[in-house]
Design a protein around this ligand. Structure first.
Ligand code: DGJ
Length: 731
């Protein structure tokens, strides 16, 4: 049984195939967190908790004479603010009288079949008709003095080794209550030391891997930019200091949310570690009137006792199978050509159709028309919001252009940036109050644009009407949904006064609402998420777009670290990756065409360069790369992915193994090369020890066991930036 309840409904075990998550409601109704790790048999582990009289850690009233009972020391599921736990809390309330205590105690529980959903937000869903049998545990908690209730929601995906958490706050009292903080998840570790792995970066250099020991000083990543951000990803790993790719305890926390977030970890005074994750409490405050409910986003937890590789495999599987959806969840996506780095704003019908004709000849399957096709948009200073086709620039209607591209046997894709508005636009001139600006203050501009107030229904209605009109009147198969600035100047003309603390959250709910409506209206549409590349690469966006443009940086060498960092949580099938021109537009680096292809093949594959300027030799290479994309698809998009090296080595290598373990593919890129070079040796992973494989590099035939134990030495050291593909085929 995935959910095992004992002790008259006070001991809860959530079992997955290889892990158990345990909670116990103690004699005072505090919901203790007693275990998360390797699978156990459900015995009450509350006796692992060591009770001591800790100076300056007070005792709640019902502890009476017992000075050894303190909320400040106990591992808890819902640490609350203002009642004696001085560590990071999950929930903070302001009551009508201005008091700030939040003291939640266990009341009851309920077990429900299937996966719970979170209102207005994405969450993991069950397979067809709930066939794969996930389950939900709901624990009802009640604030001691007020009538605020919390429902803790736990999902168990047994086969996938995934536990999810989310929570709902309900004001059952008469008077308003203000939610000042509402984090979705707390994970307390009583024993052991941990490292925290985070993924940080900047625009065009996203998701760099960082690992640091958790100490007493609080370690936090987060975003207050209104998107999950280029700077920090809403996914973190806690692992033992000795954990590696193949060894050790690893815990993943992945937030299903695309706006402001916090994820932190800290060692407390007694050496216990607390990790929390949820909506960033800064610029957040939510007023709940009588009967109103607040839903906090889901956190996807997973545990691996066999290192980081297994943890990644668990996330890849759950996100691909229970978060991505729609026609293109599993269907092969078209190889695309995006005109952005080919033309930027400088295009007309002739240029576009010339690109499409050449693309069709080479076997490219879709032309994506990027920025610049609408309103007055000759550069990035104007036009956003005016989603009317610029027929003069396109030399006809979008329908005609789309049909011409379809006639070549290709699909047609279009770029939008719905959430933004240029001051130099008809939309802004008609509705200046639709932009997020604060009355009496001049707004911050970024890329010379402002942000629409997506919390407003009228704004969303306008966008829906415009997008629908365009999608209905032209044959469009794909939409790239971009968002090119961080948000500030929060002020809503609808949620005024102290309700401005709700705007960031309502904004992202508005974005989800529009995405949902669009996909309901156009279920066959392939969406590619984008926010200046990878500024909104998160689990929630995968619910709408099974692929996300991984980074505006198309340099094959920089892409190694970007795709490497992205791979810890997100599947390869979700990472938009394109072959672009050299010298690379972002870095000026010159890399071989083949290397650019090999790096992009480890992603949702496409091109982004003027293919009419390619040499005949390059055109032949394109045909070969597309053939490789088909040939290796079941490995790269459906297989198991292994990181064979870290970064900062002389080369970067990774490997895919297909489900049957009949076929494996290693990609290796030489990132630096010295004179008198040292050998290049890599491990080999994921083969079946019992099968026999031939290696394409040297033709040797060995057992999977031998290959995995001996690894492979290349017969020659590749040149700098050169890449090689190596296959193992079962014989
Ligand atoms: C940022 C995106 O990441 C690019 O690929 C491109 O679509 C530009 N925006 C267009 O403005």
């Amino acid at each position: 049984m995935a959910i095992q309840v004992e002790m008259d409904g006070r001991l809860f075990n959530l079992h997955t195939k290889d892990s158990t998550y345990q909670m116990v409601a103690d004699q005072h109704g505090i919901l203790l967190h007693t275990w998360y790790g390797k699978r156990i048999d459900g015995e009450n582990l509350a006796d692992l908790i060591f009770h001591a009289d800790v100076g300056f850690s007070g005792n709640p009233p019902e502890a009476g004479e017992n000075r050894k009972y303190s909320l400040d020391a106990l591992p808890q599921e819902l640490p609350s603010d203002g009642v004696g736990d001085y560590r990071e809390s999950c929930i903070s309330l302001v009551h009508e009288d201005g008091s700030m205590a939040a003291d939640f105690r266990f009341e009851s529980y309920e077990i429900l079949p299937g996966a719970y959903q979170v209102k207005g937000m994405p969450a993991l869903y069950d397979g067809a008709q709930g066939a794969d049998g996930s389950m939900t545990l709901v624990i009802n908690m009640r604030e001691r003095a007020s009538k605020v209730a919390v429902q803790l929601l736990y999902g168990v995906f047994e086969e996938e080794n995934v536990i999810t958490r989310a929570l709902r706050v309900e004001n059952r009292g008469e008077s308003d209550v203000i939610l000042e903080k509402c984090l979705s998840c707390c994970l307390d570790f009583q024993f052991g030391e941990y490292d925290m792995i985070t993924f940080s970066g900047r625009h065009a250099m996203e998701r760099g891997f960082e690992r640091a020991r958790i100490r007493h000083a609080r370690q936090e990543v987060g975003s207050r930019r209104g998107t999950s951000s280029h700077q920090y990803n809403p996914s973190v790993i806690l692992c033992g200091p000795d954990a590696t790719e193949n060894f050790g305890d690893c815990y993943g926390l992945c937030l299903v949310y695309s706006s402001n977030f916090t994820a932190s970890a800290q060692m407390d005074q007694r050496g216990q570690t607390r990790a929390v994750m949820g909506i960033h409490p800064e610029h957040f405050s939510f007023r709940l009137k009588k009967g109103e409910v607040f839903d906090a986003p889901q956190v996807i937890l997973s545990y691996s006792d066999a290192g980081l590789a297994r943890l990644s495999h668990q996330y890849h599987k759950i996100l691909r199978e229970h978060m991505c959806r729609g026609k293109y969840q599993f269907a092969r996506r078209p190889v695309l050509l995006n005109n952005w780095e080919a033309t930027y704003f400088n295009f007309n019908k002739e240029k576009l159709t010339a690109l499409a004709r050449q693309a069709a000849e080479l076997g490219i399957e879709m032309l994506v028309l990027d920025d610049g096709w609408f309103g007055k948009r000759e550069d990035d200073n104007s036009g956003l919001g005016d989603w009317f086709v610029n027929e003069k620039k396109l030399g006809g209607t979008l329908k005609e252009l789309g049909e011409e591209i379809h006639a070549l046997g290709m699909k047609f894709g279009l770029w939008f940036e719905p959430e933004m508005i240029s001051e130099d636009s008809d939309l802004y001139r008609a509705h200046p109050d639709w932009a997020l600006t604060i009355p009496g203050r001049e707004p911050n501009r970024s890329r010379n644009q402002l942000v629409l107030d997506m919390s407003r229904e009228d704004v969303r209605e306008y966008l829906f009407e415009r997008m629908t009109d365009i999608l209905e009147h032209a044959p469009i198969d794909y939409v790239k949904w971009d968002a090119n600035r961080s948000i500030c100047d929060i002020y809503s003309h609808v949620y005024t006064g102290d309700r401005n603390g709700e705007v960031y959250h309502r904004f992202v709910l508005g974005v989800y609402d529009l995405l949902e409506k669009l996909l309901t209206g156009f279920p066959d549409l392939l969406l590619e998420g984008c926010s200046g590349g990878g500024g909104r690469f998160d689990a929630a966006m995968l619910y709408y777009s099974p692929q996300i443009w991984c980074s505006d940086n198309t340099d094959a060498v920089n892409r190694l670290s970007i795709q490497y960092g992205t791979s810890f949580f997100y599947p390869v099938s979700s990472m938009g990756a394109h072959v672009s021109a050299v010298p690379n537009h972002q870095t000026g680096r010159v890399t071989p065409f083949t290397t650019r292809g090999h790096v992009a093949l480890s992603g949702s594959f496409g091109y982004e360069l003027d293919i009419n300027k390619m040499t005949e030799e390059e055109k032949e290479l394109v045909k070969g790369q597309i053939a490789d994309f088909y040939k290796y698809y079941s490995l790269t998009h459906e297989g198991t992915y292994y990181r064979l090296t870290g970064l900062n080595e002389r080369f970067c290598a990774w490997e895919f193994v297909d489900e049957e373990k009949d076929h494996a593919l290693e990609t290796l890129v030489m990132t630096s090369r010295e004179g008198n070079p040292l050998p290049v040796h890599t491990t080999v992973k994921g083969l079946s020890p019992e099968k026999t494989y031939r290696c394409s590099e040297n033709g040797h035939v060995r057992s999977g066991r031998t290959w995995m134990n001996s690894g492979l030495t290349l017969s020659r050291v590749p040149r700098e930036y050169e890449s090689v593909l190596i296959e193992w085929t079962a014989v």
